[in-house]
Design a protein around this ligand. Structure first.
Ligand code: HEC
Ligand code: HEC
Length: 407
């Protein structure tokens, strides 16, 4: 569990607390209709992609109403969270937003990463990935007076090129070190019960339904690269386009201004009286579909073993019966009885089933399954071998795992 140093956030008396939104008979049976022919996604318009990048990285949709007015996290960021703490919570710093002297100072140790005022400076520079803060002069120093979050908080990381947690942005890669639960638990306004739940999540995990159904079962933040051409969105295939989740998360989780409803899960949320989410969804979609999966690093798998593993993937392992096609997914929903991972998350979803995950770039984002219950790809194959009684021997298990590492 993450423990914060004792700290009393500075009170900003001038801040007004805004309400956070609050035919014929016979024996003839017609054949089933043919499956719909997927419409290929056109190559996204580069102008729209560029707008989408801006939205993805910098647009909070007005969610400061939640993160500042309700959770008051700007106060914590202003005075309690030094950069070392921020990095240990999994927050990332964009090196390209740092002036050369600051980069140099971080490299040679002359910049104090133990001083909360350095965090304020980073926020002012717009360098903390996924956080957009307003910094104003007050009480003789710069102060964070408001903060909101963007999509990049969860779905970007950095390449660690300057230091651990500080580097160039890698959009689309899940931030699997981000301890969003520990960050939420820093808020002075969450109840003791919620705090306990948030502190139970751990890095890389987030429960995007807890605030709606009250059940605690966090899932791994997924990668969002390689989605072009896919129609089934989320672990449980609740949406048939990224826009479904984008609206869901922006309004019901981030707290952005707009509207989301889905009668299947009994959710109907409206924040504010303007829609800051709907109008930017096309650009956001174009950007997401432009993100490609990172190829496996050279030398990261054994080619001979991977070739043998491929034969097992198609043959004895029966993997291809679900992981078919160019993205290794039939995009079908499968009953929890046929899926090897834990079942409870599906029961909270609209479909109550799991969608076959794409395996493109799967080497990149351990741990595996929505629940993160398999630490490695070897563990994944072992799980299938046990639960589906595939009869793979240790050599075959190793070969199949090598194949997965090559995708
Ligand atoms: C607090 C962390 C968090 C934030 C912020 C967030 N997401 Fe997600 N995202 C998740 C989690 C967790 C899931 C998995 C939910 C599920 O499948 O049930 C997810 C799922 C997705 C998916 C579905 C991927 C797939 O394989 O089907 C897409 C696309 C996506 N997010 C894009 C976005 C965009 C765009 C934004 C900004 C509007 C955003 N997310 C904001 C945590 C986050
Ligand atoms: C009945 C259909 C089905 C079969 C057969 C199947 N899978 Fe899966 N697979 C799924 C579904 C559904 C998921 C998503 C489950 C989840 O997220 O919890 C999944 C998830 C995975 C993941 C995790 C992906 C991630 O992003 O975490 C890997 C790896 C994987 N499968 C590999 C395999 C291998 C290897 C085989 C053959 C031994 C196989 N699968 C057989 C349906 C199937």
């Amino acid at each position: 569990m993450f423990k914060m140093p004792l700290c009393r956030p500075a009170m900003l008396a001038s801040l007004v607390l805004l309400a956070a939104c609050g035919g014929g008979g016979g024996d003839y049976h017609p054949p089933p209709p043919p499956p719909p022919i997927p419409v290929p996604d056109p190559d996204p318009d580069p102008v729209l992609v560029k707008q989408g990048l801006e939205v993805f990285r910098n647009n909070t949709f007005g969610d400061e109403a939640k993160w500042s007015d309700t959770l008051r996290l700007h106060e914590v960021l202003d005075s309690c969270v030094d950069p070392n703490t921020a990095l240990s919570l999994g927050l990332k710093v964009d090196v390209d937003a740092l002036p050369p002297e600051l980069q140099q100072g971080i490299k040679n140790g002359s910049v104090d990463l133990g001083d909360p005022q350095t965090t304020v400076k980073l926020i002012k520079l717009g360098a903390v990935v996924g956080l957009v803060g307003k910094v104003e002069a007050g009480y003789g120093r710069d102060m964070v007076t408001r903060v909101g979050v963007t999509c990049a908080l969860c779905h970007s990381t950095v390449d660690d090129s300057l230091a651990s947690g500080i580097g160039k942005r890698l959009d689309g890669l899940p931030n699997r070190s981000l301890n969003i639960g520990a960050i939420l638990a820093l808020s002075s306004t969450v109840s003791a019960k919620d705090k306990k739940v948030f502190e139970s999540w751990g890095p890389g995990r987030y429960d995007p339904r807890y605030n709606l159904d009250g059940k605690n079962g966090p899932v791994m933040i997924p990668p969002i690269y390689g989605l072009k051409g896919l129609r089934s969105i989320t672990y449980t295939g609740d949406g048939d386009d990224v826009a479904y989740w984008n609206r869901y998360v922006a309004v019901t989780q981030m707290g952005g201004m707009g509207h989301f409803d889905d009668a299947r899960i009994g959710v109907d949320v409206t924040n504010g009286d303007v829609d800051l989410v709907g109008p930017v969804l096309p650009a956001l979609r174009a950007y997401q579909l432009s993100l490609v999966a990172p190829p496996p690093p050279a030398g990261s798998y054994d080619m001979g073993a991977a070739a043998r593993g491929r034969a097992l993937f198609i043959g004895k392992g029966q993997c291809v019966s679900c992981h078919s096609g160019p993205q290794f997914t039939d995009e079908a929903l499968h009953s929890v009885l046929d899926v090897v991972s834990e079942a409870s998350y599906a029961s909270r979803s609209a479909t109550k089933q799991y969608r076959t995950s794409s395996l493109i770039g799967v080497w990149q984002h351990a741990p595996y399954f929505h629940s993160g219950e398999a630490a490695t790809l070897e563990d994944v194959v072992n799980t299938y071998n046990d639960r589906k009684a595939l009869g793979l021997n240790p050599q075959e298990i190793a070969d199949l795992a090598q194949y997965l590492k090559s995708l």
